[in-house]
Design a protein around this ligand. Structure first.
Ligand SMILES: *Cc1c(COP(=O)(O)O)cnc(C)c1O
Length: 320
């Protein structure tokens, strides 16, 4: 089966497994895993942040950040399709006690900001997703992020980037990771989306915030022990950033053949009946996802090649 449901379906190859097997490890709850500590330093430096903390999942990285930048009873602004609100099972409310409102476009944010008052819910933070999953892997332009930074500074708000696929934005635009990094107070970045690690994300921020992130991670059940095995995979996975342009090229070719466009590695196609197309694709040997009753998603990654794209086009064309 050709699996285009997500870029999380990649399997670690022999070299990544060898790096995992050779990893020096220690108890990370005590901060004593050298491989984790090195990875955290490496990723923080990539984005020009002071510190980083490894987490088992991207959802945990996002939700730790939410708890760092918004207090219970305060409000978070995120877009209508944001993973942090729509696809993390209500964690911001359930664990963070954080209220939320959604915007459609970043330009709506300034008018939405509310100050503390007798009954208003004070706005504490804004979240942006880079690249944007449910909007087809689209890249939020740097100029929009700079404008948001100015607005946030003027109102004393924090800005969090859900950068599960920020690597893809970097490769697609050539904007350095540190250029993105300087625009955000906190970030979540993922090593198992596209880069191919079996697990692992990081939450980034100031040294003060990341010191506070440690007990939050422990409270959420994310205090793992000899994490160096995963960190070694993550360190190896960072070597896969440069090859993401191949995934983008394959997504563009796939999109073109299906009559749509792709900004990075995600292809969304609007169809009359997504369930029927998913079932038909499966019969043709291709796994794809239904994002809504009328939208299917195909995601390219390192475990699909050019021939797989040809097979996918051949299987899907008659269904569209
Ligand atoms: C996948 C994803 C996450 C985190 O996912 P986990 O499955 O919890 O690792 C966060 N944000 C976006 C945009 C994602 O696509």
């Amino acid at each position: 089966m050709i699996d285009l449901r997500s870029d999380t379906v990649t399997r670690p190859g022999p070299e990544m497994r060898a790096a995992m097997a050779a990893a020096e490890v220690g108890d990370d709850v005590y901060g004593e895993d050298p491989t984790v500590n090195a990875l955290q330093d490496r990723v923080a430096a990539l984005f020009g942040h002071e510190a980083a903390l490894w987490t088992p999942t991207g959802s945990m990285a996002n939700q730790i950040a939410v708890q760092l930048i918004a207090s219970p009873g305060q409000e978070l602004l995120a877009d209508t399709d944001a993973h942090v609100l729509a696809y993390e099972l209500g964690a911001a409310a359930a664990y963070g006690g954080v209220s939320s409102r959604t915007y459609r476009e970043l330009s709506e944010v300034p008018a939405m900001i509310r100050k503390e008052g007798y009954n208003a819910v004070p706005t504490a933070a804004v979240v942006v997703e880079q690249t944007h999953n449910l909007r087809g892997g689209t890249v939020v332009p740097l100029t929009d992020l700079e404008a948001l930074r100015e607005t946030a500074d003027a109102h004393g708000l924090a800005v969090h980037c859900d950068g599960a696929r920020i690597w893809h934005a970097h490769v697609a635009t050539g904007v350095p990771l540190a250029e993105y990094g300087r625009l955000f107070d906190t970030m979540a970045v993922c090593l198992s989306k596209g880069l191919g690690a079996p697990a692992g994300s990081l939450v980034l921020g100031s040294a003060e915030r990341i010191a506070r992130a440690r007990p939050i991670r422990k409270r959420m059940g994310g205090g793992l022990r000899q994490v160096g095995i995963y960190a070694a995979a993550g360190d190896y996975a960072l070597g896969n950033i440069a090859r993401l342009d191949q995934d983008h090229a394959r997504a563009a070719r796939l999109a073109g053949a299906l009559g749509v466009t792709a900004a990075t590695n995600i292809v969304l196609v609007t169809v009359p009946d997504a369930a029927r197309v998913v079932a038909g694709a499966r019969e043709g040997g291709v796994l794809i996802g239904a994002m809504s009753p009328t939208v299917v998603r195909l995601v390219t990654h390192q475990d699909v090649d050019d021939a797989d794209i040809d097979t996918t086009v051949a299987a899907l064309k008659p269904l569209l």
